[in-house]
Structure formats: structure tokens, C-alpha cells
Design a protein around this ligand. Structure first.
Ligand code: BTN
Length: 335
């Protein structure tokens, strides 16, 4: 199995192996001696790591002399399990896992500069400084949402990078629908919404030269199992759990999403922008015929969405009839 090199703060490979062993045998007691043998450490190290996992919020039951087990099927995104499930997939090769980091986008950016290859995935159980669009932050409660970033090195012009954001939105949309039966709204350029509230967002950042992308990182945040949100977010954010009443296995959703994304990404590279633009318009009822307010930072106006242009930019017809092409901005529905 390909090994991912360690990076300060990433989950120790053997600690991850312990977690995988417990997850694969959830609710079954495994003796400390067996664990020690299988992951190649001493029994007292096993005990120390179990303590560490408990501190991180993993529900490991049992004791030193009886053995250990996970109280219920754990929903930790163990890198080994992800690699196993994504065998042969572009995103199953290099996986960096953090229990806690500031921002997976920040880490992925650093890895990009350090020469990490296309397909590298950085994921975290919790982010202390999750980044959102327009300098906003992304609320990243421990163990409830999906917070991950993928690194790509496509041969594209920098102006095409926003298409990758839209592509990730399309893949996330499909994965959420396949897993939960819920059909999110895709709001240009990068918002996933359910019942008018946000369940997911995508933040793409890149390092480029004037005519070519060196690397691009695509950070995805999805509210999966959150039961509630801080007061200031409660009116605008929701989770799959809140909308469906069901808890979702985050690893499963991540596997679906990355599998879908690999196939959509390859199609985009083969077929070009038209694939993204057409697919986006198929799944986004927002892209056409909605009355919206557009905030570009320098101006704000109201109009009706009129589809996307061939480059994926949003077309809006202002109230006075004049057409506008929106390059970047916040778009909100006006009712
Ligand atoms: C938005 O504002 O809609 C974009 C939110 C993107 C959040 C994700 S969470 C994982 C990745 N790491 C970050 O710091 N941000 C993105």
C-alpha cells in the first residue's frame, strides 16, 4: 500500500492502523496483545494510543487487561480505509489525515509548493481556521462534517480554474443525492443548498503563471452530521442530518464524492468546458430564471439569472433589461 510521508500534525501511520483495526472490528473486543502484534508496537504503546484516541473523542471502550473495542461503528475518516476504498483511484494514493489542523486548504497549498503529486488528499476531523470564500471562515466542528482538500495539476489556463470549482460542486451534488436521496440546489458558483440554507461550499485556490496553472487545490466542506450551528449561522446553515433526520457515514460520502469527482474531472479534461457548463445548468435550477441580488464587491444589483456563458460565467439580465456577465461575486435569491 502506498505510504504517505508524515507531516507535522498528521495522524501517525501506526495510530491510524490501530484505528482501522478497531473500526474493522467495531463492537468486538480485541486483546491488547493482538493489537500490539498486528501493528507492531508494544502493549504499553497500544494503551498510550488508546488514551490518545479517547482524548481525541474516539469512543474506545475496554481496558488494558481485557482488550479494547469501539463502542459503535466509528466515523473517523481513517486514511487507511479511504485508501483501501479508493484503490486504483486518483485520490486513493496520497492521503494526509489530521485530527485537528487550521485549514486543509492551507496544508494542501504547502504540499503543492513542496511538489506533492496530483491526486493528493488532505482531510481533517476538525479545522480551527477553516477558510471560506471572500475571507469568511468555515465552521468546522469536530467529527461531524467533511473537511477536505484535493490537489490537482491540470494543464489548464488560470482562467479555467473556476470550472474546477463548479465541477467539484457537480460531483458533490451527485454524491449527496446518491447517498441520502436529498437533492441539493447548486448555486453558482460553489454553494450547495438545501431548503434555502447552505450545506456545503467549495474554495479553490491556485498557484499559477500567467498562462498555466502550476497547481490548484480544491477545498470542500460539507455539513453532514451537525445537530446544531452557532446562533449566527443557524439561519443560513444546515446539515444533511438536520434535513433528513438521519446520521450519515462520512467516509461513505467521501468515497462516493471522490470517485465521482475523478470521473467528472477526466471527462472535463477530455471534453472541455462544455461538459461542466452543460452539466451545471442541468442540475442547477438556480442558473436560469431566478431573481437574484449579485454582489461583486464593487457593486450590487438585482436581476434574473439567464444561464451560463461557454466559459461558465453567470449571465444575469438586470431589471432595466441590460445583460451582465458575472465573473465573481455573491449571488443570493431575492423573493
Ligand atoms: C465557501 O465559503 O462556501 C467555501 C467553503 C470551503 C470550506 C472548505 S472545508 C475544507 C477546506 N479547507 C478550508 O479551509 N476550506 C475548505
Amino acid at each position: 500500500m502506498p505510504q504517505t510521508p508524515s507531516l507535522p500534525g498528521t495522524t501517525d501511520r501506526r495510530l491510524a492502523a490501530l484505528l482501522t483495526l478497531l473500526s474493522e472490528n467495531a463492537t468486538i473486543v480485541i486483546s491488547g496483545a493482538r493489537i500490539a502484534r498486528e501493528i507492531g508496537v508494544s502493549r504499553s504503546t497500544v494503551w498510550r494510543w488508546v488514551e490518545q484516541l479517547r482524548e481525541l473523542g474516539v469512543r474506545v471502550k475496554g481496558q488494558r487487561h481485557t482488550g479494547y473495542f469501539l463502542e459503535r461503528v466509528s466515523d473517523i475518516l481513517t486514511p487507511d480505509l479511504l485508501r483501501k476504498r479508493l484503490k486504483g483511484n486518483l485520490f486513493g494514493k496520497r492521503v494526509f489525515h489530521f485530527f485537528k489542523t487550521d485549514s486543509t486548504n492551507r496544508v494542501a497549498m504547502e504540499l503543492g509548493y513542496a511538489g506533492e503529486p496530483e491526486g493528493t488528499v488532505v482531510m481533517a476531523e476538525e479545522q480551527t481556521a477553516g477558510r471560506g470564500r471572500s475571507g469568511r471562515s468555515w465552521h468546522s466542528e469536530r467529527g461531524t462534517g467533511l473537511y477536505f482538500t484535493v490537489l490537482l495539476r491540470p494543464r489548464l489556463a488560470p482562467a479555467q480554474a473556476p470550472l474546477l470549482t463548479m465541477l467539484a460542486g457537480i460531483s458533490a451534488h451527485a454524491a449527496i443525492e446518491a447517498q441520502t436521496g436529498l437533492v441539493p440546489e447548486l448555486k453558482w458558483p460553489n454553494d450547495l443548498m438545501l431548503n434555502g440554507k447552505k450545506i456545503g461550499g467549495i474554495l479553490t485556490e491556485m498557484h499559477a503563471e500567467p498562462s498555466a496553472i502550476r497547481f490548484v487545490i480544491i477545498g470542500v466542506g460539507i455539513n453532514v452530521n451537525q445537530e446544531k450551528f452557532p446562533a449566527e449561522l443557524a439561519p443560513i446553515a444546515t446539515s444533511l442530518r438536520r434535513e433528513s433526520g438521519k446520521t450519515n457515514y462520512r467516509l461513505e460520502l467521501l468515497v462516493r464524492l471522490l470517485t465521482q469527482f475523478e470521473s467528472d474531472y477526466n471527462r472535463f479534461l477530455r471534453e472541455g468546458a462544455a461538459f461542466v457548463v452543460d452539466r451545471f445548468q442541468e442540475v442547477s435550477t438556480f442558473a436560469r430564471g431566478r431573481r437574484v441580488r449579485v454582489d461583486t464587491g464593487s457593486e450590487s444589483f438585482v436581476g434574473i439569472t439567464a444561464g451560463l456563458n461557454p466559459e461558465g460565467l453567470l449571465l444575469v439580465t438586470r431589471d432595466d433589461g441590460s445583460p451582465v456577465t458575472v465573473i465573481a461575486g455573491d449571488v443570493t435569491e431575492v423573493r
